[in-house]
Design a protein around this ligand. Structure first.
Ligand SMILES: [Zn+2]
Length: 586
């Protein structure tokens, strides 16, 4: 989907970057720039810089960067059109008419949202029809109240292959829209409904749109759940079920569960801060959304093995972003839904208050594996516990747990504490050297996914970035440059791609629209901001510097070509001698 350039300019003009970012991050002036603590990674000293002069931002800590649209995409977890819509609403300009920006080869996100809304109505009214009675009974048997069913807009799908498809096509939606929106599949040009004979949970985003559906069987059919795949209107990794309701209750904490039923049951019992991921483990993107709303998460996953694995993953992803995680242990009960049914809301509240922090949780998990009355087990438990405790960064906390471990194992505190301190030294020495290694590798350009050739052509890529950097911040110099600089002058693929994208802008002396039409992915946008940021640090950014760099690039490029030609000649010479040898031996 594309928007007209004038519309995008208007959006950017009316949403001043430092104003927009200032609503999320406390910014301080530093010369002509603004700095603050990065909202995308956990840090104590600011490495997040906003450059108001050219409307870009860059984090020197985690490499995230881009313009105002990229920022909103990242922080509000919206896709490109979603971010544009968000910014349009923010400054009160109406969205462009659909026809203007509709690409006939692409399915329109707005259409899918309209279709989803229609489908949600269809499912909801089916639930209250005669045929929907079994589904309604099913929900009532699971102790769901009428108000809860309405609040979540629950529904049911008929036991039919075409009921929804027929309804939607009659309402004017095209078959390709149904398949793109994951409501139906197509076989031999005929549509078939994905959601058949299921209870339906609509998934609503933070702007109130129905973006997807979850469908649960009422019996034992497989799969138990069907979830919408990624569509133009929905990214599974960027959405949490019920966050649209939970966000206003999230200041203290969010409760994270595994399933729709758990969340609904918790909301009904008064825990309106419960959310769930949609059939996937918690990943970095989920953690980033969560971090926007709260610093405290209570994990209430199922008490089986899969639940424990998911708990470990969630702890890792969220601790990384500085979120405090506590784990609710449900004992012999399977999940929060069952727990509330069995023991009631008051008992669950007690569980929340008594939930253990992530360190206690990990220690308990280690102890569960061993029988401490056996000497071997005790030895192994001691090793594993001291290994684990030695990785805790904070010394007083380490001491508390050293004591705790000694108590549990029935050993002397001194001995355990000594063992832990030795391991701690070793551990952090390794962490430090790993960090330096990775920093050096980063400096050399290793691990640069957007431009892997930076390592191989480090000298050339540096010059390329200097040129691109100037052109990014001084597009007024561009028009003249276009007569002497071509795509072919660039050696590395990413520089070539960037230059090629900049050309139409340079032609008009305009700044590159970094986020436009998702031409560059998030990592690439970060790289572009890095290139711009390193250029902005320099004092002189004029045509003199630019011309010198272009000359240098061309020389280097020629040198490379000559070397290449020489290498080729040499190879040919080799081939020639090989041939002679063969002739002789004949
Ligand atoms: Zn950062």
């Amino acid at each position: 989907m594309s928007f007209t350039p004038s519309f995008l300019d208007e959006i950017k003009f009316r949403n001043e970057l430092s104003d927009v970012i200032g609503q999320y991050v406390q910014l301080h002036r530093a010369g002509s720039n603004m700095v603050g603590l990065c909202p995308f990674h956990s840090e104590k000293t600011p490495s997040f810089v906003v450059f108001p002069t050219n409307g870009s931002f860059y984090c020197f800590g985690c490499g995230v960067g881009g313009d105002v649209v990229s920022f909103i995409m990242n922080i509000e977890n919206l896709d490109y059109p979603g971010a544009i819509e968000f910014l349009a609403r923010r400054c009160g300009i109406p969205m462009e008419q659909d026809e203007k920006r509709q690409d006939k080869f692409q399915v329109n996100r707005q259409r899918i949202l309209e279709m989803n809304k229609e489908a949600a109505k269809f499912f909801h009214s089916f639930l209250y029809s005669d045929e929907g009675k079994p589904a309604l009974d099913y929900l009532r048997n699971r102790e769901m109240k009428e108000t809860t069913i309405k609040h979540f807009g629950l529904g049911a799908s008929p036991n039919s292959w075409t009921a929804l498809s027929d309804y939607l096509t009659k309402s004017g939606f095209k078959p390709y829209e149904l398949t793109a929106g994951f409501l139906a599949g197509a076989k031999n040009d005929r549509l078939f409904d994905y959601y058949r004979n299921r209870v339906i949970f609509p998934i609503i985003d933070l702007l109130g749109n129905v973006v997807a559906f979850g469908g649960r069987t009422m019996g034992d059919d497989k799969p138990k759940y069907i979830n919408t795949s990624d569509t133009p209107a929905f990214k599974k990794n960027r959405n949490l079920f019920a966050l649209n309701f939970a966000k206003v209750y999230a200041t203290d904490s969010l409760i994270l569960c595994e399933g729709y039923m758990d969340v609904i049951s918790l909301h009904q019992a008064g825990f309106c801060n419960a959310v769930a991921t949609l059939g996937t483990a918690v990943n970095a993107e989920h953690a980033r959304i969560i971090a926007r709303f709260t610093k405290n998460v209570l994990l209430a996953y199922d008490s089986d093995n899969a639940g424990r694995n998911a708990t470990d993953k969630a702890i890792a992803a969220m601790t990384e972003l500085g979120i405090n995680v506590r784990v609710i242990e449900l004992g012999d009960v399977k999940d929060p839904d069952d727990y509330i049914k069995k023991y009631g809301a008051a008992a669950f509240k007690k569980k929340l208050d008594g939930s253990s922090g992530r360190i206690d949780y990990s220690i308990n998990e280690i102890l569960k594996k061993y029988d401490l009355t056996l000497a071997d087990d005790k030895q192994n438990a001691m090793n594993e516990l001291t290994d684990y405790i030695s990785t805790i960064g904070d010394k007083p906390t380490r001491e508390i747990y050293s004591h705790r471990a000694a108590e549990i194992l029935g050993l002397s505190t001194d001995g355990i504490a000594k063992a832990i301190e030795i391991k701690t030294k070793r551990h952090f020495k390794k962490v430090k050297s790993d960090f330096f290694d990775s920093e050096i590798r980063k400096k050399l350009g290793y691990g640069d996914n957007t431009n892997p050739e930076r390592v191989k052509f480090s000298d050339v890529s540096t010059i390329e970035e200097r040129i691109l950097g100037i052109l990014l911040i001084r597009p007024d110099l561009g028009k003249k440059v276009l007569t002497v600089l071509q795509d072919e002058d660039f050696v590395t693929a990413f520089s070539k791609k960037l230059f090629s994208a900049m050309k139409p802008y340079l032609e008009e002396g305009r700044e590159l629209n970094i986020s436009a039409d998702s031409l560059f992915n998030a990592k690439e946008q970060g790289s572009i901001s890095r290139i711009m940021a390193s250029r902005l640090k320099l004092i002189k950014n004029d045509s003199e510097v630019l011309e010198a760099d272009i000359k240098l690039l061309k020389e280097k490029r020629k040198e490379k070509e000559l070397n290449k030609a020489a290498e080729d000649d040499y190879e040919k010479l080799g081939d020639y001698f090989e041939m002679l040898k063969k002739k002789k031996s004949k």
